[in-house]
Design a binder for this molecule. Structure first.
Ligand code: ZN
Length: 127
């Protein structure tokens, strides 16, 4: 899945909405449930996908939070990355693409000879 970044219009609107204060809210950012960080954004900020793009969160203004670096780092480390890994595992378990086996079945009629690492197939199509 490709990453969906916020466009310039959404980023501008989110920044305006934030009012120079961090928009992070709740436990995902290491805050009390329902509490807003309100940290000063002048020290640097990021645009966070509230629902991570890796699990289907869209690059919309509703899913965009203008957050301070600290909040973004906390959420990425404690929420987004583990959740993305879990989603990936679940998708794989549900019958997603499987890693092909490294064992290649020899063609019918293949003959073998003793090689340095055990039996090896004789390629008689090489003439
Ligand atoms: Zn913050």
């Amino acid at each position: 899945m490709s990453r969906t970044e916020f466009g310039i219009v959404i980023r501008r609107e989110a920044f305006k909405r934030a009012g120079k204060k961090c928009e992070a809210v709740g436990a995902d950012y290491g805050l009390e449930p329902g509490a807003r960080c309100n940290g000063d954004l002048s020290a640097g900020f990021d645009f966070d996908h509230i629902i991570a793009d890796s699990i289907g969160g869209e690059a919309t203004l509703e899913n965009c939070a203008c957050v301070c670096k600290r909040c973004h780092a906390i959420k990425t480390r404690t929420v987004d990355t583990p959740r993305a890994a879990k989603t990936k595992r679940q998708a794989e378990r549900a019958g997603g693409p499987r890693k092909p086996s490294s064992f290649r079945k020899p063609a019918p009629g293949t003959r073998y000879e003793q090689g340095p690492f055990g039996l090896r197939a004789i390629k008689d199509d090489v003439r």
